[in-house]
Every structure is written in structure tokens, then in C-alpha cells.
Design a binder for this molecule. Structure first.
Ligand code: SF4
Ligand code: MSK
Length: 649
């Protein structure tokens, strides 16, 4: 029997996406949702992780008939090796992103980086001190040069453990030491992952998985943490900022330039150049009212957090933006940029411009971008978009009306100021609210979209449910954009959904209950916020004791696997909306769900239903509260004026 055809409203929850999926159908354009249908019967061996093509005696696949590959590898070895390779790829993506930023910091220090500069001196000094780089009697350039060298050594260290590990709670550092999972240099950890999984090297699934945890720590406490810190130095530490999200941010009468990918360096320059009087005059001359710069995925998050540039959409909306027929130029760099974009763009006037040396796409126009002349390069791209505006075909244009207001920009520092005020900035009010039970705990909802799931549905349902249950929600990546589109990133809407305790605390300190903390590399900020909670005191002396959970509801990328692994290795339980490709090995599954608990005091849970996930999250949070003894204390304690005053400092 033929499978029932999916309707656009079965594929997405937001009206803008539904409208444009319908348009894609009418225009006969194949976007990811339809290509997913073509892949309907996905390979069972691949899904269960038992397909091995690591050497050319294979490919081998494990089945009831063939329990071993040609070399004798069993399902445990093959599944674990494939898994480690995914983790390594995820770590490499974040870490290469970080490396480019550190190299840019070095160029800035040398005065060789064109219009780039140190935007946030406080961040420079703050980070330098954390890494033991002298700041007294030194110029900013000298500090930046010293810091860049220390951070570059985090990638290349051969025998020393990552310095960034020292930013973790003491108890967690001791645990990593005891388990021998303290990573050496990031590059070494990734190279070693590939070596270990080469044919005929590491065959013990548990040993392989321990290295997967170790490599992931090099990402979470190394690459990702470094990327966030250096971005703050170069582009500014985010503070709360208002903006809009969804395809409706595109302009009917403006030149629409959409940036997509992950690296913030070019988009920072585009943000500045789009306000250049020469560019505005050129746009007007071409018959447009101006230039609209908007973002997709995590580049969107980077320039949203720092400039309030609007967000056109999350991962599965990248092609939909093109299908509106109203995008003059879509600029891509690295990670999550679909190769299908060029084919979709061929049906419209949109030009796809790729700017990363390491990422070319057939059908996209490669434009070399150097830091030395980044501003002029950004202007050239904008002028190209303006020229292309004259080729826009009005008969093909359909811009949905939907765009929701939002507040983003919640860095760890911004949260500290909001909680305590400028002069008494502190996480104390948050810790107190958790101890008193008004906030039950914290959930980090992160990650991508995946056409296997209805776009944003799981993320939105889970967010709504956790707010009701008085859980403070931290967001990054495409999950944050989903919440923006659903209206949860405005304090007003989210507060209406929040339970009484959470609402009371958020109103008292002037903080929304859903906090957008940045891009997927900024998941390190969630770890940092959890670490602040530990340092503040009263909620245990390790991350595993804090009533906090990580969730990746609609994840798809290898980076998401690396993130999930470093959360667990840091002591924070992770709920996945769908499983890893490991079901072919009972041992690997047991190791990640049970043994990890013994080792790291955290593990993985899979729930394909968001309400079941919410139940699991509440169970974990309440278990941790019980272990801390704060549930009993709360029963005895009535709120008094002193408590309230503490919350409003
Ligand atoms: Fe097959 Fe072993 Fe080669 Fe993998 S490494 S392809 S299991 S022979
Ligand atoms: S962009 S990794 S789809 S969050 Fe960071 Fe979104 Fe996931 Fe890419």
C-alpha cells in the first residue's frame, strides 16, 4: 500500500514554514522535507551502527548470520568505533571554528586584522586572568598576543592537559583525573580518535567510549569554550537585546541578504557594512528601500546576540528562505549549510555565496574573504546583492507575515547582572530560588531540527511543559530559534506559561524564564552557568549535584553528539529526542546509559515523546533536589519578606 502523502502542516508547526513548504510544492522545488521522503527506508545497518567501512576488506555488516567482520571485529567494536568517529567529527567542527577565532585574535594583537579590534576589554582581561596571562602594565595588544599564544597551545599541547579544565569545579577535575579522561591538546585528541578507530587498533568498546568522553571534554571545556570566550573579546559579550524571528523578517521592498553557517567573523563585518551610507544609497538607487540583513542557524544566533540582527529561521528553514523568492544573496560558511541550497536557488534569482576556504559547494559562488580587507569584502557582497535585487521576479515572491518579537543575548555575565544588579552581580538569587523550590531546576534545551520530526514541535511542547513545572529554560542553537518563532523568547509570553514560582522569581529579578544563550558552540556557556551555580554554593560541590538537565530534542549533527557527550562527562544528564546509531550493540548502549552513571554520575536517556521527556526531566530534577535535601527544607520553610527581598536585590 502506498504511504499517505505528508501535508505541509504535518512537517512543521510554524505557519511561515507551512506556507513556504506549500510554495515549494507548487514551484516543484525539492527541499529537505521532500528529500527525506525519498530516503524513507533508511538503512537498518547504518541506523544500528553495525556497518563498518573502515578498511577495504569490507564494507562489513553484522547480522544474525555474520557476527564478525572479515577482521574479526564484533558489533561492540564496530558500533563503538563508528560512534567515536562521530564524536571526533563534532569536536573538530567546534574546535576548528575556535582556532580561526584565536588566529584572528592573534592578528588583531599584531595590528594585521584590518577593521577587527578588541571590542570588549573587560572580556579580554577576564579571560586573560582565567588563563594566567599577565594583564598588569601591559597594553591590550600585548595581553591579546599573550592570550592567543596560550589558547593556541590548547590545540597543540602534546603532553599537558587542557588549561581550560581548571575552570571546572574542583571535584569534577579530580574525577576526570581519577578516570584518566583529562584531555591533552584538542588536535591530539581528535587525531588520536582517528588513529584508535583505524583498522586493527583499539577494539575494546569501553576503552573506545572512554576516549569518546575524553575527546568530547576537549570540545566542551576546550574548543567550544575558547570559541565563546574569544568571540566575546572580539565582538563583545552579549547583553539582552530585542529583535524578531521567522521568515517574515525578510523585506518586501528591501534587498535581503541572509547569512548562514557558524563563523561570526564575516557576519560581524556585514552587520557593520549594511549600515554604511554608501550601501544604503546604492540600495535606494536600485529601487529598494534599504538592505535587510538576516540570519539562519547559528550565524544568525551570533549576530542576533550582539547586534539584534533578525533571524530568518533555523536549520530546516534555510532552503525555505530561498523559496520565498525574496533573498538576493545567501552567504554560507561552515557547518549545517545544505549542499541542496544551490539546486533550490537555481529556481529563483538567489545567489549562494560561499566564503570559507574549506567549504565549497557546487553551484555556489566562492568569494575569498580575508580578515585584512573584511569590511571591503563585506561591502562588495552587499553591492552584489543590490545588483541582484533588480533580477528579483515579483511573480515568484511570497514572504510570510509571521515574525515574532524576541529578547536574546543572555551570556553568563548578563545573567549574573540581571540576577544581582550591576553592583552586586551574583548567581545567589538563582541558587536561593532553586533551594526554596520556586524554581525546581534548570534545563538546557539545545540542538538542531531534523526532518524525521515535525519542525520545532518537540522543542516547543517540551519548553511549554517545563515552564509550567517551574523549570528555568536555557537555550542555544536552532532550539533557541524555535522558541523565538513560538514567541517564548519574549518575557511576557513565557511568563504567561510559567508556573507560579518561576514567574514570581523572574518578575522579581526582571528576567525571562527562557534565556537564549547563543549558538551551538555556546553550549559551553550553559556549562559555565551551571558551574557558576556550583561556585555560588548551596547546591552541591559538583555539576552532577545541580538539579539541571540537558536536552537535544531534534538533533541531527555530529556536533550534537559531541555536546551530549561533554554534558554527560561533566555530570549533567542528557535526554535525546531520538537515539544515537548504537542499537546494534547491547554493550555500547548499556555503557552509555548505565556505566556512564557510575563513572560520571550522569548518563543518556531517549524519549521520542516530549511529554515523556518532561516527566523524565522532572524525575531527575526532583531526585537531585532530594539528594541535596532541599525538598525537605522547603517544606519547613515559608516565604517571608526576607526571602523576597533577597530575590529583588
Ligand atoms: Fe570489515 Fe574489519 Fe575492515 Fe571493518 S575493519 S571493514 S569490520 S574487515
Ligand atoms: S546550527 S548544529 S542545526 S543547532 Fe548550530 Fe542548528 Fe544544530 Fe547546526
Amino acid at each position: 500500500m502506498e504511504k499517505e502523502k505528508k501535508r505541509p502542516r504535518d512537517r512543521a508547526v510554524d505557519l511561515a514554514s507551512i506556507e513556504i513548504i506549500e510554495k515549494a510544492e507548487k514551484d516543484g522545488v525539492r527541499v529537505s522535507f521532500f528529500r527525506m521522503d525519498d530516503q524513507a527506508a533508511q538503512c537498518g545497518f547504518g541506523k544500528s551502527g553495525v556497518c563498518c567501512r573502515i578498511c577495504h576488506m569490507g564494507p562489513c555488516r553484522i547480522s544474525a548470520k555474520a557476527k564478525f567482520g572479515v577482521c574479526g571485529a564484533d558489533a561492540d567494536t564496530i558500533v563503538a568505533r563508528n560512534f567515536l568517529r562521530e564524536v571526533a567529527a563534532g569536536c573538530s567542527a567546534h574546535s576548528d571554528h575556535a582556532r580561526h577565532l584565536v588566529l584572528l585574535l592573534k592578528k588583531v594583537a599584531q595590528g594585521k586584522a584590518g577593521n577587527y579590534s578588541i571590542k570588549d576589554r573587560d572580556a579580554l582581561h577576564r579571560v586573560a586572568k582565567k588563563y594566567g596571562v599577565a594583564v598588569e602594565q601591559r597594553t591590550d595588544s600585548e595581553i591579546a598576543a599573550g592570550l592567543a599564544d596560550v589558547l593556541l597551545a590548547e590545540f597543540t599541547a602534546q603532553e599537558d592537559h587542557l588549561k581550560t579544565l581548571k575552570l571546572a569545579p574542583e571535584k569534577r577535575q579530580r574525577l576526570w583525573e581519577q578516570l584518566e579522561v583529562e584531555p591533552l591538546g584538542v588536535d591530539r585528541m581528535i587525531v588520536e580518535s582517528l588513529h584508535r578507530t583505524h583498522m586493527g587498533v583499539d577494539h575494546d568498546y569501553a576503552h573506545i567510549l572512554m576516549h569518546a568522553f575524553r575527546a568530547s571534554l576537549a570540545d566542551g571545556w576546550g574548543g567550544s569554550r575558547i570559541a565563546s570566550q574569544v568571540s566575546d573579546i572580539l565582538f563583545g559579550t552579549p547583553v539582552p537585546v530585542r529583535s524578531m524571528a521567522n521568515l517574515g523578517v525578510l523585506g518586501e521592498r528591501t534587498v535581503n541578504v541572509v547569512v548562514h553557517g557558524h563563523e561570526p567573523a564575516l557576519s560581524e563585518m556585514l552587520a557593520a557594512a549594511s549600515r554604511d551610507s554608501e550601501i544604503i544609497a546604492a540600495a535606494k538607487k536600485a529601487g529598494a528601500e534599504g538592505v535587510t540583513l538576516a540570519g539562519i542557524c547559528c550565524t544568525a544566533n551570533e549576530i542576533l546576540m550582539r547586534h539584534g540582527i533578525p533571524v530568518a529561521g533555523n536549520f530546516l528553514q534555510q532552503e525555505l528562505a530561498v523559496v520565498t523568492g525574496a533573498v538576493e544573496v545567501l552567504i554560507i560558511d561552515v557547518q549545517c549549510c545544505m549542499p541542496g541550497l544551490a539546486e533550490v536557488a537555481a529556481s529563483y534569482h538567489t545567489e549562494i555565496i560561499s566564503t570559507s576556504e574549506i567549504a565549497h559547494t557546487i553551484g555556489a559562488i566562492p568569494v575569498k574573504f580575508t580578515s585584512e580587507e573584511a569590511y571591503d569584502g563585506a561591502k562588495r557582497i552587499l553591492l552584489r546583492a543590490i545588483e541582484n535585487f533588480t533580477r528579483r521576479d515579483p511573480s515568484k515572491v511570497c514572504i510570510p507575515k509571521e515574525a515574532k518579537p524576541l529578547v536574546a543575548g543572555f551570556s553568563v555575565e548578563a545573567i549574573r547582572y540581571m540576577l544581582g544588579g550591576r553592583f552586586r552581580a551574583s548567581y545567589r538569587p538563582l541558587n536561593d530560588a532553586i533551594m526554596q523550590g520556586r524554581i525546581r531546576g534548570v534545563a538546557g534545551i539545545v540542538g538542531c531540527n531534523n526532518p524525521k520530526q515535525k519542525l520545532d514541535e518537540y522543542i516547543d511542547t517540551l519548553t511549554e511543559e517545563l515552564l509550567k513545572q517551574n523549570v528555568l529554560v536555557l537555550k542555544t542553537g536552532c532550539a533557541a530559534i524555535a522558541s523565538a518563532k513560538a514567541g517564548y523568547l519574549t518575557p511576557e509570553t513565557a511568563l504567561r506559561q510559567a508556573g507560579a514560582g518561576l514567574r514570581e522569581v523572574c518578575e522579581a529579578v526582571g528576567m525571562p524564564p527562557v534565556l537564549h544563550m547563543g549558538s551551538c558552540v555556546d553550549n559551553s556557556r550553559i556549562l559555565e552557568a551551571a558551574t557558576e551555580i556550583v561556585f555560588e554554593g548551596g547546591l552541591g560541590d559538583d555539576l552532577s549535584m545541580v538539579p539541571a538537565v540537558g536536552v537535544a530534542p531534534e538533533w541531527m549533527s555530529e556536533k550534537a553528539i559531541a555536546i551530549a557527550m561533554y554534558f554527560v562527562a561533566s555530570g549533567i544528564d542528557v535526554i535525546l529526542g531520538h537515539p544515537f546509531y548504537i542499537s546494534g550493540s547491547e554493550n555500547v548502549m548499556r555503557f552509555l546509559s548505565e556505566e556512564a552513571k557510575n563513572l560520571f554520575h550522569a548518563s543518556f536517556y531517549v524519549h521520542d515523546n516530549p511529554l515523556d521527556a518532561a516527566d523524565m526531566i522532572m524525575t531527575i530534577i526532583e531526585r537531585k533536589r532530594d539528594a541535596l535535601g532541599i525538598n525537605q527544607r522547603m517544606e519547613r520553610k515559608l516565604f517571608d519578606m526576607k526571602d523576597r527581598r533577597q530575590l529583588s536585590v
